[in-house]
Write a protein that binds this ligand. Structure first.
Ligand code: 13P
Length: 282
């Protein structure tokens, strides 16, 4: 993860982090990243997916696909709230974990982050943390309004005490659908950037318009998480392809349609995160 993020920083781009629920989606992410010769992508597993019956095979699949990819790949367990789950993912080979204590009292969030950093350090892995709370549900795309925002001074204390390597900011971004026109507090982002020197992550990028994404990257965001838009693309492709596939019992075609749909959605995001379609950063 540190090398991948450093490569994006050098290019003036941000790394795309995409939630994967299976092999087809992950293959779509990687196809898009390879075609764009990306400086690297992050394949994320949600805690719900990881805790499901197929969680371990999913992690192993993402690791194998990442290993075989022609671009740098890091596999991250997203939004993990327990040290046991974090340890399991690290033992399973995840290169990064997000220790999410954002809904805990501050001292407990610090405690969880410290525990995660200790577990990750022993395995050469990377820990992302969240301060303030990004509202919305990562699994159910309900409309949400901004949660509690990141406090810049507290962010500095949080990182100093936890030793975490990446901070997810809450600056008006939400998971799932935005309840109103999305707005990011760019002054707050600048204030956080001034207080901390670790890479900043922006969750809830589905539905954020291009100028806001660009402003966030210019403001120091180096990792951008996307889930909802990929799920919508995959489900739309499945719905469209289902009648014909059902007729001929062509299961393979549905998998290919999922892969194509995710690849197209990811390619559009990567272009945005590379700022190519918007000109060079100012
Ligand atoms: P969206 O589902 O809003 O794209 O958010 C994804 C995310 O932040 C995962 O951590």
């Amino acid at each position: 993860m540190p090398e991948l993020l450093a490569a994006h920083r050098a290019r003036g781009s941000a790394a795309g982090a995409f939630t994967c629920y299976g092999m087809e989606g992950a293959a779509g992410v990687l196809r898009a990243a390879e075609r764009r010769e990306s400086a690297g992508v992050i394949l994320m597993i949600s805690p719900q997916a990881y805790e499901s019956e197929l969680g371990e095979p999913l992690l192993a699949t993402l690791l194998a696909l990442g290993e075989a990819a022609a671009v740098p790949v890091c596999v991250e367990l997203d939004h993990a709230a327990s040290p046991a789950l974090i340890e399991r993912a690290l033992d399973g080979g995840a290169g990064a974990v997000m220790a999410d204590g954002s809904q805990l009292p501050y001292e407990e969030n610090v405690e969880l982050a410290r525990a995660a950093v200790g577990l990750a350090a022993a395995r050469g892995a990377h820990v992302e943390v969240e301060l303030g709370h990004v509202a919305g549900d990562e699994e159910v795309a309900r409309a949400a309004a901004a949660g509690s925002l990141t406090d810049p001074a507290q962010a500095a204390d949080f990182l100093a005490r936890s030793g975490a390597a990446c901070l997810a900011v809450s600056i008006g971004n939400v998971h799932g659908h935005y309840a109103a026109e999305p707005e990011l507090d760019l002054a707050l982002l600048a204030a956080v950037r001034a207080e901390v020197d670790v890479p900043l992550a922006l969750h809830g990028a589905s539905g954020l318009p291009a100028p806001l994404i660009r402003a966030a990257i210019d403001g120091g965001v180096l990792k951008i998480n996307v889930n909802t838009e990929l799920r919508a693309a995959a489900l739309d492709a499945l719905a469209a392809g289902l009648p014909a596939a059902r007729q001929g019992l062509r299961l393979l075609r549905l998998g290919a349609a999922t892969c194509d749909a995710v690849a197209d959605a990811v390619a559009a995001k990567l272009a945005l995160f590379e700022q190519l379609d918007l000109g060079a950063p100012t």
